[in-house]
Design a protein around this ligand. Structure first.
Ligand SMILES: [Zn+2]
Length: 428
């Protein structure tokens, strides 16, 4: 009887700690991509004896994406800088397909950047700016025909009924229809102007009267706050969506605007300076190719750029350290400068034994041992680690592909010996 009582609280405690892990994993990894959540749970469940099953997607860091930005689709071009004919647009969509470029959603691109989801080696993301009726009426049916996902960057005053939303503007109802059918809707300010302080700004009075003025100081701050943050809130409230992308009008911004956007919870900021997006491209200046009717070469060049960019070195697939049941664990703090470092590679698949390598910060490549039976690579540090934090890189070849994992743990030696370890466990 006594034993059973002792076991129940233990089970409860175990269960509780597992729930906690699950929660924190979901929190940290955005709108719960199931793979990330599963990945975080499995190592907690798997005892050391049975190897952890890797459920986290292995991300191809050599993949590249080009992002296109379109505006209006019209039969007769009057403003070649922002218009394209439906026929030309459709031909470009077909060209992507013919070139073997996969059109992925913006959210998949961001998930790949976070390391949560893999994408094909050569991808494109299609975006439409400003919210034109023709994007709903003309572009959308073409996109449906190809089965391509896409993103709409909307400036809120430009939606029909807003101070800048005329007869050619998209309506809130059309946006809601797109949302209901899986179209990604993101922010592009309130009034579509240069966001930097000291520039001439057009202000629209409620009656529709427009004045040009230069705003500075608190007045500017109030205005830019509405452009960056207010527009996000309005889109989220009107459409019941979550906004995590911000397209900067004309690509004109600065550090202050970036900071405002970051604080507002934008995960990515977009400009119009097109370039292939790689795994390491900074998230606050993602370039897009603006496609204009009078510059068809921009599209051709973009396709060529990504077509030619297959030689980014040997492909490396990143594996989350959590999936390797590493020891010390990622983020853990150990009490010794001579730790035993271990990782279990068995979940990765067939490992070529001679290919396993471990690097330790401050030491370089170390003579680690790999046991093919258990899939464990381990190294007992023999020379005191000098830094407070230590990074480990484990790489191996699996099915001809290089796989890599890295993690960091902390070292806090002796003085705290009297304090029980629990008191020093880092907060998660
Ligand atoms: Zn725009």
């Amino acid at each position: 009887m006594m034993i059973r009582f002792a076991i129940i609280p233990l089970l409860l405690a175990l269960n509780f700690s597992m729930c906690k892990r699950r929660e924190s994993a979901a929190d940290s990894s955005q709108p719960a991509t199931p793979s990330a959540a599963e990945a975080a749970v499995s190592p907690a469940v798997a005892p050391a004896a049975s190897p952890p099953k890797i459920t986290k997607t292995v991300v191809d860091q050599t993949a590249q994406t080009i992002i296109f930005c379109y505006h209006r689709l019209v039969d007769k071009i009057r403003y070649p800088g922002t218009e394209i004919t439906p026929a030309a647009f459709e031909a470009e969509m077909k060209q992507l397909k013919d070139a073997g470029i996969t059109v992925i959603s913006m959210q998949d691109l961001l998930a790949w950047k976070r390391g949560d989801k893999n994408i094909p080696p050569r991808c494109a993301v299609i975006t439409f700016d400003d919210g034109w009726k023709s994007q709903y009426e003309v572009a959308w049916p073409i996109m449906k025909k190809f089965g391509y996902p896409f993103t709409m960057f909307i400036y809120t005053e430009g939606v029909r009924g807003g101070s800048l939303g005329g007869g050619e503007a998209i309506t809130w109802e059309q946006l809601a229809d797109m949302r209901d059918n899986g179209v990604d809707i993101q922010a592009h300010t309130a009034t579509h102007q240069d966001l930097r302080e000291g520039h001439n700004i057009m202000l629209a009075a409620p009656g529709g009267k427009k004045t040009r003025t230069k705003l500075t100081g608190p007045q500017y701050e109030q205005w830019v706050q509405n452009e960056v943050v207010g527009c996000k809130q309005l889109l989220e409230q009107r459409l019941g969506i979550k906004i995590n992308c911000f397209a900067v009008p004309f690509g004109n911004y600065n550090e202050h605007v970036k900071e405002l956007a970051r604080n507002a919870g934008y995960e990515a900021m977009f400009t119009v300076y097109g370039q292939p997006i790689t795994f390491t491209s900074p998230m606050d200046s993602i370039g897009r190719y603006a496609i204009e009717a009078n510059k068809p070469k921009v599209f051709e060049d973009a396709v060529k750029m990504i077509g030619a960019s297959t030689s980014g070195g040997a492909p490396v697939a990143e594996v989350g350290a959590k999936d390797l049941a590493t020891q010390p664990a990622d983020g853990e703090t150990v009490r010794t400068a001579l730790p035993l470092i271990k990782a279990n590679l068995s979940g990765i698949g067939q490992i070529e034994p001679g290919s396993v390598q471990m690097r330790v910060s401050g030491l370089g490549v170390v003579p680690a041992t790999y046991d093919p039976k258990t899939g464990t690579v381990s190294y007992q540090v023999t020379q005191k680690l000098r830094e407070k934090s230590c990074s480990v890189f484990v790489s191996a070849k699996s099915q001809g592909k290089k796989v890599e994992a890295h993690w960091t743990f902390g070292i806090e030696e002796s003085p705290a010996r009297a304090i029980p370890p629990a008191a020093h466990t880092p907060k998660k």
